[in-house]
Design a binder for this molecule. Structure first.
Ligand code: FAD
Ligand code: NAI
Length: 467
């Protein structure tokens, strides 16, 4: 029987990073994976394919709308969707092969099949052919991720009624796309298909889009998306989708109750959140506790209720983000190896990869108010940033929130081009407990969009130069 120091179940960003870090620290490691390829949701049907399509569709739209004003004459771009999908697949293949290479390089054994925890030190792996093997290991890390949250009355077939997985592989551009849920997936994949020609309506239960993000940012974000052609039906819910005719017919009701209406669509995308994926793990038999939302319960050191069994990533509490899973993977590997692993949950950036991008790190104004923390605000619009002006990409702004007493930066919110890249200087500053004054006194190269962050920091003390 094979024996290991550590077996990791799942090779998504949480699992593979954990395995590599543990191997670096000298542990004998194996991973268990039931999918044909490594990399989990993120690399196969999540972050990576969506970013490939966001990139390609953004350039498609730019070629049609923005090139002419820069004096670049091109004929109206023609969409070759199969070629765009092949571009997406090449990106996926490159990344999943990269993980395979890294596992090999770090001498990590791969156990193909579905992992089930038998208890402390033991698990079972069942291959696609049904054959099982028992594996002994000092520690087990569960990193089995998440799956699509179902919606009552709406049966996903991944063809016309799709989750994000189907929406990443449609074989033609839908005339009308109805998105259920104005969260990250709805806005990103809604953007892809809108740019390629779909008429997109987003139905959202709450009275705002992207709950959790700073309210002021979200208001401007929604206006910009509407300008691009998004239609939002807020405070509404889809209660049924009739797929018997050539067009889908969705029944939409006000969230607060009232008269229903019907909307027709070629494709309906269900994007109302994700739930932990624990189906094959045998949690109950093994005595591994879960919470009311089905997430595996862990302590501050990622330990489950069964000694020697840990859990990380989407399958546990917290943000369902690849980089959060990765950092937990590294931390738990270090803890298992007897070192001090740690994740700072106060400084985890979030990015929505639309045009413009929306990015934040730390607290929103709403959260600071709710916590009763006195804060100061510094804001700077990209309309006043020289580089944005010359490139004519002036949508959005930077907002820096600092502690009113200590000036320590508590949150940074950016709406604008490349916000997802810009946000990291704020993350580094906050990781080091930096102040708005520190940011304001850091020399920023000119002309860059990053200067807007410096100006927002200057504006905390009411001394922005270009405004
Ligand atoms: P996963 O990546 O879900 O990996 C779990 C792995 O475990 C899978 O490979 C699965 O096959 C395997 N597995 C499950 N059960 C078993 C078992 N019993 N035995 C063996 N193997 C098993 N996050 C971001 O940070 N940025 C983004 O841009 C982003 N975009 C996204 C876009 C979409 C469309 C979606 C759906 C998600 C996106 N996410 C993004 C979220 C991100 O994908 C997840 O947060 C991340 O993948 C979680 O990593 P994980 O390791 O916890 O689990
Ligand atoms: P989400 O939690 O971001 O958004 C779901 C939205 O659906 C919310 O606004 C919610 O209020 C709404 N909703 C819930 N029930 C509803 C109903 N019955 N009718 C109408 N609206 C309803 O979830 P989403 O977009 O599915 O994404 C899942 C996860 O994947 C997210 O938690 C996110 O962390 C991750 N992800 C991250 C990305 C990124 O980092 N760029 C990209 C895509 C996904």
């Amino acid at each position: 029987m094979a024996t290991y120091d550590l077996v990791v179940i799942g090779t998504g960003p949480g699992g593979y990073v954990c395995a590599i870090r543990a191997a670096q620290l000298g542990l004998k490691v194996a991973v268990v994976e039931r999918r044909d390829t490594f990399g989990g949701t993120c690399l196969n049907i999540g972050c990576m394919p969506s970013k490939a399509l966001l990139h390609a569709s953004e350039l498609f739209e730019e070629a049609g709308h923005s090139f002419a004003k820069m004096g670049i004459g091109v004929s109206q771009p023609a969409l070759d969707l199969p070629a765009m999908m092949a571009f997406k697949q090449q990106g996926i293949d490159g990344n999943v092969k990269g993980v395979e290479f890294l596992l090999k390089k770090n001498k990590i054994d791969v156990l193909r099949g579905t992992g089930k925890v038998l208890g402390t030190g033991r698990l079972e792996v069942t291959g696609a052919d049904g054959a099982s093997q028992t594996v002994e290991t000092k520690s087990i890390v569960i990193a089995t991720g998440s799956t699509v949250a179902p919606l009552k009355g709406v049966e996903i077939d991944e063809k016309r009624i799709v989750s994000s997985t189907g929406a990443l592989s449609l074989d033609k551009v839908p005339g009308k796309l109805l998105v259920i849920g104005a969260g990250v997936i709805g806005l990103e994949l809604g953007s892809v298909w809108r740019r390629l020609g779909a008429e997109v309506t987003v139905v959202e239960f709450l009275d705002r889009i992207v709950p959790g993000m700073d309210g002021e940012l979200v208001k401007q974000f929604q206006r910009l998306l509407e300008k691009q052609g998004f239609a939002f039906k807020l405070g509404s819910k889809v209660t049924a989708v009739d797929s018997s005719g050539p067009m889908l017919r969705a029944t939409i009701e006000p969230a607060a109750g009232g008269a229903a209406e019907t909307l027709e669509a070629d494709v309906v995308l269900v994007a109302i959140g994700r739930i932990p994926y624990t189906r094959h793990l045998g949690l109950q038999e093994a005595g591994i506790a879960t919470d009311a939302r089905g997430r595996i319960e862990i302590d501050d050191h990622f330990a489950t209720s069964v000694p020697g069994v840990y859990a990380i990533g989407d399958v546990v509490r917290g943000l369902m983000l690849a980089h959060k899973a990765e950092d937990e993977g590294m931390a738990v590997a270090e803890l298992i190896a007897g070192k001090a692993g740690h994740v700072n949950y106060e400084v985890i950036p979030s990015v929505i990869y639309t045009t413009p991008e929306a990015a934040c790190v730390g607290k929103s104004e709403e959260e600071l108010k709710e916590a009763g923390i006195a804060y100061t605000v510094g804001k700077f619009p990209f309309t006043a940033n020289g580089r944005s002006k010359v490139n004519q990409t002036t949508d959005g702004f930077v907002k820096v929130l600092a502690d009113a007493r200590t000036d320590r930066v508590l949150g940074v919110h950016i709406l604008g081009r490349e916000a997802g890249e810009l946000i990291h200087e704020a993350a580094v500053l906050m990781e080091f407990g930096g102040s708005a004054e520190d940011l304001a006194r850091t020399c920023h190269a000119h002309p860059t969009r990053s200067e807007a962050i410096k100006e927002a920091a200057l504006s905390v003390a009411k001394r922005a130069i270009h405004m």
